[in-house]
Write a protein that binds this ligand. Structure first.
Ligand code: SF4
Ligand code: SF4
Ligand code: SF4
Length: 415
């Protein structure tokens, strides 16, 4: 790299690589995240790092590890498209909301948004969380991806060493170096492909994290493009550069242009799936729409999985527990109050992470239902969940003016 610099500013983008040449050679995108995590541990900026790893070496299943020593991170970590650990909930439940522990964590945009929603509810101490964000075009359930590999690509999953999404293409690379490609839109129109929440997700660059790292604009350079989003992110990157852990330089105009183009392309695809979800029931009357959703909700076995997985559900004494007297015990399917109370509690703050749908044993399209409600609430309250720590969820802070809005008309009769 030429024109090496060592002063980092918030709002700026940099082309970055690890200073470890061996790792850069082994990596696809410069081993930047690996080196940042190692530096954060070595410099005692954090006490632990949360790292997503392949489970027992199988890259289509993943596990979240707590790493205390940088020497435990031996190789460039790389990207996993079948990894959707519930990171925000993990920090809240198992690291006591990072109250007494400084944590570095690699997050997708939905993870970062969930962490922010929990932070504003005093469930996570954001001051102790260093979020290294990764740009994201979507993830797959491990079973869905295995099916695509076996039945669509016609390969044994164990022979695949890399996968990627480029625009409308799903690309895999086999251990013999051969690359294969399928049209992702076409797969998804047939019900295969990314998790449904990911298709609708239009937050591609995690600017709510401290740093946002991605390959767009520099994908062929064994480097990544880092956007510095907070002063905490700027400090980490600047110190890592001064300690000779990372090398950075200014990106070319062309690299930034390509990055913007890729983001626009990914957002346009998300808008396509959003519109599809919002319009597919538009010809039904409100009563018919309710009946449509109740048919799904009648499959609920009240396993509480959606509540337990949802990062926004955080009450210690949940209204859905039989002891609260709202939802009668011993009824399957449960009273409609069960899904409706949950919806009412999370719809304004849903970050579209899809964790509820992933765990639902009744295959209810829960994230779509919450997405539809959230989208319409956004039109009323102009609140985008998980973006700013200062902005409170609208259903906790309703203004006098908003109290006058006819929500029945706004939510049920508009579409
Ligand atoms: S919801 Fe968005 S950020 Fe989260 S995994 Fe899917 S595409 Fe990525
Ligand atoms: S309702 Fe579902 S998609 Fe929304 S935040 Fe909760 S788990 Fe994520
Ligand atoms: S995860 Fe599915 S089956 Fe379980 S309580 Fe939630 S909606 Fe019902």
């Amino acid at each position: 790299m030429s024109g090496v610099i060592d002063v980092v500013e918030v709002g700026e983008c940099y082309v970055a690589k690890s200073a470890n040449r061996e790792w850069v050679e082994k990596s696809r995108h410069g081993a930047v995240i690996t080196s940042l995590l190692r530096y954060a541990l070595d410099s005692k900026t954090v006490d632990v790092a949360l790292v997503v790893e392949a489970r027992e070496g199988y890259r289509f299943d993943s596990v979240l590890s707590i790493v205390k020593e940088s020497s435990e991170i031996k190789e460039p970590i790389g990207a996993f498209h079948c990894a959707t650990p519930n990171i925000a909930k993990f920090i809240k439940n198992y690291l006591d909301g990072a109250r007494d522990l400084k944590v570095a964590v690699v997050v997708k945009p939905c993870d970062a948004r969930a962490i922010i929603e929990l932070a504003k509810r005093n469930q996570i101490n954001l001051e102790n969380v260093l979020m290294i964000g990764v740009n994201c075009t979507g993830t797959f359930s491990p079973t869905a991806f295995e099916k695509i590999l076996r039945e669509e690509f016609g390969v044994d999953p164990s022979s695949v060493v890399y996968e990627d999404i480029e625009g409308d293409s799903l690309i895999i690379e086999l251990e013999n170096g051969e690359q294969r490609e399928l049209n992702l839109r076409e797969l998804e129109e047939r019900g295969l492909g990314r998790r449904e929440n990911c298709r609708r997700c239009d937050v591609k660059i995690p600017r709510m994290a401290d740093l946002a790292v991605g390959k767009w604009g520099v994908e062929n350079d064994k480097a990544s493009l880092i956007e510095v989003c907070t002063s905490k992110g700027a400090k980490l990157l600047e110190e890592a550069v001064r300690a000779n852990a990372i090398v950075i330089e200014k990106p070319s105009e062309e690299a930034l242009r390509i990055r913007d183009e890729k983001v626009e392309e990914a957002v346009a695809s998300a808008r396509y799936w959003q519109e599809k979800a919002l319009s597919e029931l538009s010809r039904l009357s409100p009563k018919e729409r309710l009946a449509h959703w109740f048919r799904y909700l009648d499959k609920c076995v009240k396993c509480f999985g959606c509540r337990d997985a949802c990062p926004i559900c955080y009450c210690v004494e949940c209204y859905l527990e039989p002891t609260r007297g709202l939802v009668p015990p011993g009824e399957i399917p449960p009273s409609k109050l069960f899904p409706l109370v949950r919806l009412a509690h999370v719809a304004d703050s849903c970050v579209n992470c899809g964790q509820c749908e992933d765990v639902c044993m009744a295959d209810i399209p829960l994230s779509k239902l919450t997405f539809i409600l959230n989208k319409q609430l956004q039109e009323v309250f102009h609140y985008v969940p998980g973006v700013s720590v200062e902005e409170m969820p609208p259903l906790t802070v309703v203004t006098d003016e908003e109290l006058l809005v006819d929500l029945t008309t706004a939510l049920f009769e508009k579409r």
